[in-house]
Design a protein around this ligand. Structure first.
Ligand code: PMT
Length: 210
């Protein structure tokens, strides 16, 4: 089967040397790409900036911004059987990117932000993707119910939900503890390394009925 996996953070430029980003290390997405490859699948990994090594045998497309990730997914989704969107995509970006480095004249600086394109929300309705669609949900409260709401709203087959209020799992941690949320049931996975959690997610992803 052919997998498309997104990973890592995005960077939203403010000026030539500054950007807005988040604490995603890319580990969860890279572990998913490695696990899918290990199981013999063809894997396309679209990633924001990380310091990680690209898993062996994986096709790799580097991007920086949410818009670039959106464009890459739109252009490369053809022929994909299973898409797993694990990237921590910025929800907002600066409305204007300064051409020159912003000078520190005033005591306060107000930056206007606008929404970035919603990649997961575009998969069915805009890109016409008909394969298995797996989203992630990074939540700090009511993890399962928010994840199930996202599953329905974004027409996913499964949502992998993690509690990102915990420092020992989720963003920039070596381990994760997730709920696999489906329309009618939820499967909790025990806390483990991201590599082990990724193996379980790939197992479940391949047996979902589209
Ligand atoms: O990278 P690590 O350090 O290993 O950390 C892993 C992780 C915490 C980043 C990962 O496990 C995770 O939770 N990824 C999703 C992070 C996120 O942005 O969650 P969200 O609830 O804000 O977004 C929900 C879904 O929409 C995600 O599938 C996301 O990829 C997608 N999204 C979000 C915004 C946007 N503009 N387009 C999107 O497609």
């Amino acid at each position: 089967m052919k997998f498309l996996i997104t990973a890592g953070p995005t960077r939203e430029a403010l000026d030539p040397v500054r950007y807005l980003t988040n604490r995603s290390s890319g580990r969860m997405g890279y572990a998913l790409a490695g696990a899918a490859r290990h199981e013999g699948h063809e894997v396309l990994l679209i990633s924001g900036p990380t310091t990680l090594d690209i898993p062996a045998g994986v096709d790799f497309v580097p991007v920086e911004s949410a818009q670039q990730m959106y464009d890459a997914v739109r252009d490369l989704i053809g022929g994909v059987d299973i898409a797993i969107l694990c990237a921590a995509v910025a929800d907002y970006r600066p409305v204007a990117v300064a051409e020159q480095k912003i000078k520190k004249h005033a005591d306060k600086l107000v930056i206007e932000l606008e929404r970035t394109p919603d990649i997961l929300g575009s998969m069915r309705s805009v890109f016409g993707f008909t394969g298995k669609l797996i989203g992630f949900a990074a939540e700090t409260q009511d993890v399962e119910s928010y994840a199930r709401e996202k599953l329905h709203r974004k027409q996913c087959d499964m949502v992998v939900a993690n509690d990102v209020s915990r420092a020992d799992i989720g963003f920039d941690a070596r381990e994760n503890e997730v709920l696999l949320v489906f329309a009618e049931h939820t499967i909790p996975l025990k806390k483990d390394t991201k590599e082990q959690v990724a193996m379980r997610i790939i197992e479940h992803a391949t047996i979902i009925k589209p």
